[in-house]
Unconditional design. Structure first.
Length: 140
């Protein structure tokens, strides 16, 4: 059994659990006005709603650069964030390439260590991107 097979069997159950947990979190709106409850359910449970915040972040980042390009592009924290972003995309592409070439990548002992290393590096890179993004405002 490959990692892809395991994920395909595992994800539907987890998706249902997440959806159920989200619905439980909205239960406090039972006493709220109907319009508020409907709006909260729509914003949290409708398809595609979890992707929109990422699109908003992308749009506001572009607006920030367009508004003050000299300040933004020369900012060391911004430059660090963009370097980390490129590195994270390379690591993600490398993992995808290795997994496409060998669908059992991550199953055997040797490739499991390589996959775990890529996962740790990826998590560290994405976490660093978040921190670098927060520090952009503090560098002049």
């Amino acid at each position: 059994m490959t990692v892809a097979d395991i994920l395909q069997a595992w994800l539907p159950g987890k998706q249902a659990a997440v959806e159920s947990a989200l619905r439980q979190q909205l239960s406090f709106l039972a006493d709220a006005p109907a319009a508020l409850g409907e709006a909260a359910q729509y914003s949290l449970l409708a398809p595609g709603k979890r992707l929109r915040p990422l699109l908003v972040l992308l749009a506001t980042g572009i607006i920030m650069i367009v508004a003050e390009p000299a300040r933004s592009l020369k900012n060391p924290a911004f430059q660090l964030k963009m370097g980390l972003l490129i590195a994270a995309l390379i690591v993600t592409s490398l993992f995808q390439l290795l997994h496409r070439r060998n669908t059992s990548f991550g199953d055997a002992a040797g490739s499991r260590a390589a996959a775990a290393t890529l996962a740790v590096v990826s998590i560290l890179l994405w976490s660093s991107i978040i921190f670098a993004g927060r520090w952009i405002a503090y560098f002049a």
